[in-house]
Design a protein around this ligand. Structure first.
Ligand code: VGL
Ligand code: ZN
Length: 271
């Protein structure tokens, strides 16, 4: 009797192991998010050595690296909205001095916003040029503004040198639409990134997330991972927040929607 139970347990475990396939997604470990970067996250570089250990675990059959990747004068840059900047988006009501990093601005007039845009097909997706329908109805877009960061092909956008990488790692970029910000590594207002396709092709079932920033890319991406049907695990001690004060609220929120929160020691000690 005892023997049977034991072998059943073994069988269950083995068959489970056969169908579960995990990926480690290393979010935005880029120069601008660590010490001396333009959007430096407190103690950011502390997580890198743990990521280098985690990625060697047999558990992870696929490693994905992501990069926040913005054009110059990206819509999320405060500097891009200043009246003194003739090239791009402007506040319509001479409130340009309000366009400071770290504020959320919700009074960007979409008609001015969209004259640079030419993506009519986006109407069918319920979005138009970085503006969703609700925003069109209220004539406003809502955008948190940041210092310039992760500008494509600059040092700030490159991976931190200490982060180990391999040729077979998959690379996914997000935020790479000039007129639409996107914290999620799965989607932006227009379309999905390649990530879901990559995970499907690799038959991934479990998604482990580490990196920056806990309260932005990690949070939004974990919500999307759940939406796309993955078992989603955030390794919390291997993330860092821009605003630490919101961390507990986000943890509660994650747990409520079924995101697992673990500590890296749980994985590293099992080896
Ligand atoms: C992020 C702030 C601005 C992130 C990106 O990837 O977490 N945060 N841009
Ligand atoms: Zn960004």
């Amino acid at each position: 009797m005892y023997e049977t139970t034991k072998s059943n347990e073994k069988f269950t475990k083995t068959s489970k192991m056969l169908i579960e396939k995990a990926t480690l997604i290393i979010i935005d470990v880029q120069n601008d998010f660590v010490e001396n970067g333009s959007l430096a996250i407190p103690n950011g570089s502390q997580i890198i050595s743990i990521i280098n250990k985690l990625r060697e675990l047999k558990l992870f059959e696929l490693i994905v690296l992501t990069q926040d990747w913005h054009c110059r004068q990206h819509v999320s840059f405060a500097s891009a909205h200043l009246k003194s900047n003739p090239n791009t988006f402007r506040f319509t009501n001479s409130s340009a001095p309000g366009a400071l990093p770290f504020i959320t601005y919700s009074n960007l007039n979409y008609t001015e916003h969209n004259y640079l845009c030419n993506y009519n097909e986006m109407y069918t997706l319920g979005v138009f040029c970085g503006v969703n329908r609700t925003e069109i109805q209220t004539n406003q877009i809502i955008q948190q503004l940041w210092p310039d960061h992760c500008v494509e092909n600059t040092h700030g956008a490159q991976f931190v040198q200490e982060l180990n990488r391999k040729d077979r790692d998959e690379l996914v970029r997000h935020g790479d639409h000039c007129h639409s910000d996107s914290y999620s590594i799965f989607t932006n207002r227009y379309k999905n990134t390649r990530l879901n396709e990559i995970l499907r092709l690799n038959k991934i079932t479990d998604v482990y997330l580490v990196g920056f920033a806990f309260d932005y890319a990690v949070w939004y991406s974990s919500m999307d991972a759940i939406q796309f049907g993955y078992k989603t695990i955030v390794i919390q001690d291997v993330t860092r927040s821009i605003n630490k004060s919101s961390q507990e609220k986000i943890v509660q929120n994650m747990k409520q929607i079924g995101i697992e929160i673990i500590n890296s020691t749980k994985l590293l000690m099992e080896v």
